[in-house]
Design a protein around this ligand. Structure first.
Ligand SMILES: *Cc1c(COP(=O)(O)O)cnc(C)c1O
Length: 484
């Protein structure tokens, strides 16, 4: 028998099956992972996806994501790489950058973009790293009020987000009565706190932000204004909600929510002339470009995910089409139909409606809460998530449900379909109330869930609703790769 360089016996059979391992389809190579994907695809197909941050990426996006671009290392930026063989990667990254600016109508003289962030959270952390010194001050919307973890969340007991560990964060809040952001209080607190950065961005807020007002607060305090448009970047691209670019120094986003690409992040920054001295005519330039680029790489990340950059580039091309604009208009129309129908069924929608792709339903007046409703709806193949409502007393028992329309609109649902979806949700919540009655109002969520799974009459009711939901969902095709 031959031996390898290390002296170990060399097995020709293993060597030839090693070759097979690299060319076999997933189904033949790894049945376990293959069947998990199959199960998940079935779950997506037979369920109603109302999680506001989710969407179904197109086939073309997923093809780019599954390509050989996965294999290539390219630390650095186009034209300045730490690896060879990056000719086509440079071409790809520059294309992605051009499209990102084009989608938002940005002049390349005044705006640049970094397309390397792995996702939304790393993108945000890169902005803070670039613009705020360690323990410098940041203000963002509080998590229970609809902000994102990365905007600096902490509790009485714990600094939860790294943003609150490495920087000092002070939240701003919504008005518990109206559900709208309390800008007056934000202004007052910013005066005292003197933040270096104010974040205008939300994960659960159904209204447009007042970017102009936030910019005034930033200017009054010598702060940067960053929009984190993760949830709404597709709506902004289609022009169906106000664009943050006019008023912000920096804009970050994810690419997989309303923008409907693969999972990644983008950071847009102003560049060129910042101001001109009226007396001397001397220009001051923005210095954001080098700060942000060096925070992403080499500051926080290694090699860019080139397959993801390709997926983002494809999504951006799609986002520039008239079809995409119609899609986003439909997302908003569907959301309003959902809000209207639920209001008609006696539900309280926070702020009374929506300007965008999501609503927050306050279940307190119905006598239940988000956690219980979420469990029952999940058992009926309706996916959404519990969320705190303005004025909630306990973070442990959030009383709201966050419902979003981007994913199901990608499957082709229209307003009347969303009226049907609202009725399914209503039946799920009626069921929640029945189970709650049976188990007692004081029961824990665990006891409630046990009752839901254990009692035959509830199981029957759930199965009946689930069967209806499944046959309704089956009417709408699932975007993506044909095999899954
Ligand atoms: C989703 C979201 C993020 C984070 O995105 P990930 O890709 O999950 O890291 C950041 N900011 C806001 C406002 C978001 O909604």
């Amino acid at each position: 028998m031959a031996t390898s360089a290390s002296g170990a016996p060399w097995d020709a059979d293993l060597w030839s099956s090693h070759d097979k391992m690299l060319t076999q389809p997933l189904k033949d190579c790894d049945l376990e992972v293959y069947s998990i994907i199959k199960k998940e695809s079935h779950r997506q197909r037979t369920g109603l996806e109302l999680i506001a941050s989710e969407n179904f990426a197109s086939r073309a996006v997923l093809e780019a994501l599954g390509s050989c671009l996965n294999n290539k290392y390219s630390e650095g930026y186009p034209g300045q790489r730490y690896y060879g063989g990056t000719e086509f990667i440079d071409e790809l990254e520059l294309l992605c950058q051009r499209r990102a600016l084009q989608v938002y109508g940005l002049d390349p003289q005044c705006w640049g973009v970094n397309v390397q962030p792995y996702s939304g959270s790393p993108a945000n952390f890169a902005v803070y790293t670039a613009l705020v010194e360690p323990h410098g001050r940041i203000m963002g919307l509080d998590l229970p009020d609809g902000g994102h973890l990365t905007h600096g969340f902490m509790t009485d007991k714990k600094k939860v987000s790294a943003t609150s560990i490495f920087f000092e964060s002070m939240p701003y809040k919504v008005d518990p009565d109206t559900g709208y952001i309390n800008y007056a209080q934000l202004e007052e607190n910013a005066r005292l706190f003197r933040p270096k950065l104010i974040i205008a961005g939300t994960s659960c807020y159904s209204r447009n932000l007042d970017y102009a007002r936030l910019r005034r607060v930033a200017d009054d305090n010598g702060a940067y204004l960053m929009a984190d448009m993760a949830h709404i970047s597709g709506l902004v691209a289609a022009g169906v909600v106000p664009s943050p670019f006019e008023h912000c120094h920096v804009v970050s986003t994810t690419t997989h929510k309303t923008l409907r690409g693969c999972r990644a992040g983008l950071i847009f920054y102003r560049k060129g002339v910042r101001s001109v001295d009226p007396k001397t005519g001397r220009e001051t330039q923005y210095n954001l470009e080098s700060l942000i680029n060096s925070a992403v790489f080499p500051g926080l990340q290694g090699g860019p995910h080139n397959h993801a950059i390709a997926g983002v580039a494809v999504a951006l091309k799609q986002a520039m089409t008239p079809e995409f604009r119609v899609y986003q208009q439909q997302v908003v129309a569907n959301c309003r139909a959902l809000a209207r129908t639920l209001t008609g069924l006696g539900y309280k929608v926070v702020t009374g409606g929506s300007d965008n792709h999501l609503i927050l339903v306050d279940l307190r007046s119905k006598g239940t809460d988000g956690g219980r409703a979420e469990k029952v709806l999940e058992a009926c193949n309706i996916a959404c998530n519990k969320n705190a409502c303005p004025g909630d007393k306990s973070a442990l028992r959030p009383s709201g449900l966050r419902l979003g329309t981007p994913a199901l609109t990608s499957r082709g649902l229209l307003e009347e379909d969303f009226q049907e979806v609202a009725r399914f949700i209503h039946r799920g919540i009626e069921l929640t109330l029945q189970i709650q009655d049976a188990v007692g109002a004081k029961a824990t969520l665990k006891e409630f869930t046990e009752k839901l799974a254990g009692a035959a009459e509830h199981q029957q009711a759930v199965a009946a609703l689930r069967a209806e939901v499944e046959s309704f969902a089956a009417l709408f095709p699932l975007p993506g790769l044909p095999d899954f």
